[in-house]
Design a protein around this ligand. Structure first.
Ligand code: ADP
Length: 611
């Protein structure tokens, strides 16, 4: 495994860890849960009105604005209420539900008439509410005893979420040492003739109907709304009083009577309500509908949410690792669209997905993953750019190095081709061409060898090298090069043999000498020393040149580094020579050092281990 893939894996492992670490905050966060609820609201609205058998089982009687205008003020006088109920009784409904709080004693004769009117129905459910729910001493507001006698009492509470929308109902509400079932639930129980409900930790059973409302979630049941307000047949209470209502539509039904007049306060917001909220009786009817149709909506639950989120993280991470560019975008978009589609399908199947949490998880995984991948990519890109630059420089360097011998070959061959040259001179020129072309081959070979050595694909060709002979040959070449600046080359060479690659070592020493010539003024001297100690052989090249400032002394061994001063000078260079020298010396197990002071001169020393 290369260092880069190692690093990439580490970065990826790190971002998966970060996403998993923030997972609980993403899932169990009030805001995100709210987003989940909103998403599901959108889906519920998009799927439109639902066919429901409950429209044939439920009818509503609305004490609406017109009723209030004619027979008000609200609350309606009990005698009026009794009068309407007496008309309703003629229709023989199965259960009558009064979504009204009849807790305060009224005029006795009117209360007595109301009690008598309730006696006409086989089943009546009366509303109760827990006052001061959040306080220390909550109190049940119960219907008057003479009305409640022998009849069912049920709670009228809805259970709004933090945003005020009613998405669920508490099937049973407890407080002040008593508990009451929900109005809609009790209506279904009486209508279906079920016995007392059976409760388990996971559900409440009403005869054959099993309602998934867990004890741990306070028996909360999600309401599966049939549609916006108006999904159930409805008659005005005023029409009952006027005798204008068609009574047949109440026969054998659950009839829910309640106030719908605006300003009555009995309106609440739901995912399907309009700007003025949904009336209480419509919400109760939807509770009845959810139970009767058994269209329960079950939230995914903690374990499901966790497993789903981990799966999504895995998907997003895989997409980020496998795909790039448009494909990555397409993959992530597909995940998001699939999520929304899953939300649609799951609501049909009776499950509510935590879409907000899932979307947050996807966005977090994609976001954090994307940033990490971007960082990795830009690193890799920067590395590539540097390599490309180095490559370009290398090509330049090689081009430059081969230009000099090529020019000599060109010039000489041109002169020969012009003819008329004495035989002896022609032979000399041909010799020069031969020598230069050999040098050219050697030069290219050196470049290639150093590159291969550095990459580890070539090992040194060690042999016993007589440094005296090697240096003599180098100095001869060096003198030719130094002649143009009238620079002298002195030598003090001990008779030493060393194990080395002669071509490469020769390249290194020659380079130090030509540098000495290039970076020294005319008429100076360069000295080449070869000394030996017990442990090493030291080859030094000293000049009386321009010198190198301390700050630059480390950097001159970097590839393509040149002093600013020399970049502008007439001396050609590429900054690669010393990098190659250093590579060669290191491959021999040695070291190269420099001592230098500006305008005094420099001394480069190659120390090679003996033996
Ligand atoms: P090049 O000579 O092609 O520029 P090198 O790698 O051989 O490349 O040298 C790197 C730089 O170090 C040179 O450009 C020059 O600025 C500086 N340098 C090398 N040798 C000497 C020297 N003997 N005296 C002063 N400066 C030197």
């Amino acid at each position: 495994m290369t260092a880069i893939t190692m690093k990439a894996r580490l970065v990826r492992a790190l971002y998966v860890l970060i996403v998993v670490a923030v997972l609980p905050f993403l899932i169990w966060n009030g805001f995100i849960q709210q987003v989940s609820a909103e998403w599901n609201d959108i889906i519920v609205r998009l799927r439109g009105a639902q066919a429901t058998s409950a429209t044939g089982a439920v009818a509503l009687v609305a004490i609406d604005d017109q009723t209030a205008a004619r027979y008000g003020p609200l609350p309606l006088n009990r005698a009026r209420l009794a009068e309407g109920l007496e008309v309703l009784a003629q229709a023989h409904p199965r259960v009558v539900v009064l979504d009204l709080l009849l807790s305060e004693a009224g005029e006795p004769s009117q209360d007595a008439r109301l009690a008598r009117s309730l006696g006409h129905f086989p089943h009546v459910v009366l509303g109760a509410a827990l006052e001061g729910d959040a306080s220390e001493n909550p109190r049940w507001i119960l219907p008057l005893p003479e009305l409640a006698q022998g009849r069912s009492t049920a709670h009228v509470h809805a259970a709004p979420d933090a945003d005020g929308d009613v998405r669920s109902v508490l099937l049973v509400k407890a407080g002040s040492a008593r508990r009451f079932w929900a109005l809609g639930f009790e209506a279904v129980r009486l209508a279906t003739g079920a016995d007392r409900p059976l409760e388990s930790a996971e559900a409440v059973s009403l005869g054959p109907i099993r309602i998934p409302a867990t004890d741990s979630e306070s028996r909360l049941m999600m309401i599966n709304y049939a549609g916006p307000e108006g999904a159930f047949p409805r008659v005005r209470f005023g029409d009952l009083l006027d005798g204008a209502a068609n009574l047949t539509q109440f026969r054998d039904k659950i009839v829910i009577v309640g106030v719908t007049a605006q300003g009555s306060g009995d309106r609440l917001f739901t995912p399907l309500s309009s700007g003025i909220g949904m009336s209480g009786i419509e919400i109760h009817a939807n509770v009845v509908r959810t139970i009767l149709d058994r269209t329960f909506l079950v939230p995914l639950g903690v374990a499901g949410e966790l497993v789903g989120s981990l799966l999504l993280i895995a998907l997003c991470v895989a997409a980020i690792i496998w795909f790039r560019g448009v494909r990555l975008f397409a993959a992530l978009t597909t995940v998001l669209l699939a999520l929304v589609a899953a939300g649609f399908l799951s609501i049909r199947a009776g499950y509510i997905l935590p879409l907000g949490s899932f979307l947050a998880v996807c966005l977090a995984a994609s976001g954090i993953g994307g940033i990490s991948e971007y960082a990795l990519l830009s690193r890799a890109l920067a590395g590539e750019t540097t390599k490309r630059k180095e490559y370009a420089f290398r090509v330049q360097a090689i081009a430059h190095e081969i230009k000099t011998p090529l020019t000599a070959i060109q010039g000489s061959s041109e002169m020969i081709s012009e003819g008329g040259m004495p035989e002896q001179q022609r032979t000399e020129m041909a010799g020069l061409i031969h020598k230069e072309s050999k040098r050219l081959t050697a030069l290219i070979q050196t470049f290639l060898n150093v590159e291969r050595l550095a990459s580890g694909s070539l090992s040194l060709q060690h042999q016993q090298v007589d440094l005296g002979v090697l240096c003599q040959e180098i100095v001869e070449r060096g003198r030719l090069f130094a002649a143009r600046k009238r620079i002298q080359i002195e030598t003090a060479i001990a008779d030493v043999r060393v194990s080395a690659d002669p071509d490469l070592l020769s390249f290194a020493i020659y380079n130090l000498i030509t540098n000495g010539v290039k970076y020294s003024p005319k008429n100076t001297t360069i000295s080449l020393f070869v000394e030996e100690s017990d442990s090493e052989v030291r080859i030094s090249v000293a000049d009386q040149g321009y010198g190198i400032a301390t700050a630059d002394q480390e950097r001159i061994f970097e590839k393509f580094y040149r002093l600013k001063r020399d970049e502008k000078s007439a001396e050609e260079g590429t900054g690669i020579g010393l990098a190659l020298v250093k590579e060669i010396v290191q491959q021999h197990g040695g070291q190269i050092t420099v001592e230098s002071a500006p305008n005094t001169g420099s001394r480069f020393t190659i120390a090679l281990p003996r033996g």
